[in-house]
Ligand binder design. Structure first.
Ligand code: SF4
Length: 350
């Protein structure tokens, strides 16, 4: 299994909580940037990809022909998953159909909330009606697999608001839902305003509600923040969680191969300048020693429903947080709430 991640560092407007490598004043670079992606790909001899993921940023700022040119430049295995992250504000039925024709197989829609005042608090520009329109377009384009991305925990979001978001999302019959607790990232407007920081207990209540409602809606938890109908799990994310090899294309994109991690230069300008000069776009990297690889592998596996080998976890006093499945230990719902604490008990050489 081998994955390709393509970073698209452009957004129409920056959301208050976002620390990703993305810019809202560089749209004029999109054409050059797509040419840069093709140039970077042309310098590489990659294994055929089992999955491709266009993330960002807002990949749906690319025209279908631009997306298609990058997909075509990536050798893929038959049946490879090709996901495009889309913003409800920047897709319509025509663009989604164009993406499908261009080779995309899966759409991940950045919904975050279905409550207008919560969207406003997050600094998002779309309205719930845009989400419904986008989902209609996803269906009309023939995408069988797609995801709704949700965020809970913003200030002013009541438990009833979050229930409304979950129920409205479920009415759209998504095959996959990702739900993340809002986190405070350094350097963001959210970080600068402590009065808007999320509350741990509130987020825990919202996680439990999400797991109850999504589970009742036929979506199984397969990773702490991800739920899917059987057969609709995201192959690309599963590759990350199993320490697979992947190559990141574009500025700020991260790669991993056989225990080595590296990442590209952060800004699109620098990325394009280095490509034009015929230089490597790699900014830095690190080699992971065997113990680090083993520990990271267990930390990732613990967050999934695959769990970890029984011998790899000190279970004393945490009966409510884990359950045995065969010879492996898997987090319970309570355990998923405390996944980071449980991970401190992992024993890579256990
Ligand atoms: S649309 Fe997504 S990537 Fe762009 S600023 Fe908002 S959260 Fe960040």
């Amino acid at each position: 299994m081998f994955g390709v991640y393509v970073h698209v560092p452009f957004c129409l407007r920056r959301c208050d909580y976002c620390a990703f490598a993305t810019w809202d004043d560089r749209g004029h670079l999109i054409d050059d940037y797509v040419a840069g992606l093709l140039r970077e790909l042309a310098t590489l001899d990659l294994a055929p990809a089992s999955s491709v993921f266009f993330g960002g940023g807002t990949p749906s700022l690319l025209a279908p022909a631009q997306l298609g040119s990058v997909i075509d430049a990536i050798t893929r295995l038959p049946g490879a998953e090709v996901t495009v992250e889309c913003n409800p504000d920047t897709v319509d039925a025509g663009k989604l159909a164009g993406y499908r024709d261009a080779g995309a197989t899966r759409v991940s829609l950045g919904v975050q909330s279905m409550v207008p005042h919560v969207l406003a608090a997050l600094g998002r520009t779309h309205l719930p009606a845009n989400v419904e329109r986008a989902v209609d377009g996803i269906g009309a384009a023939g995408f069988a697999s797609w995801n709704l991305d949700l965020i809970y925990g913003s200030v002013g979001e009541s438990l009833a608001d979050w229930r409304h978001t979950l129920e409205a999302a479920l009415r759209l019959s998504p095959p996959h839902v990702s739900a993340y607790g809002l986190t405070v990232e350094a350097g963001t407007p959210l970080a600068a305003d402590p009065s808007r920081h999320p509350d741990d207990d509130d987020e825990a209540d919202k996680y439990v509600l999400a797991d109850e409602l999504l589970g009742a809606g036929g979506l199984d938890s397969y990773e702490v923040s991800n739920w899917a109908r059987p057969g609709h799990e995201c192959a690309h994310n599963q590759l990350y969680w199993s320490q697979g090899d992947y190559r990141g294309i574009g500025c700020a994109a991260h790669s991993h191969q056989s225990g080595r991690r590296w990442w590209n230069v952060r800004t699109p300008e620098r990325y394009l300048a280095m490509l034009a000069a015929g230089e490597s776009v790699e900014a830095a990297g690190e080699d992971l020693d065997r113990p680090t690889q083993a520990l990271e592998g267990l930390q990732l596996a613990l967050r999934t429903r695959r769990g970890v080998p029984a011998a790899a976890l000190d279970t004393e006093g945490i009966d409510e947080l884990i359950e045995a499945r065969g010879d492996r230990l898997v987090l319970t719902r309570q355990g998923r709430l405390l996944a980071n604490e449980v991970a401190l008990r992992l024993r890579p050489d256990g």
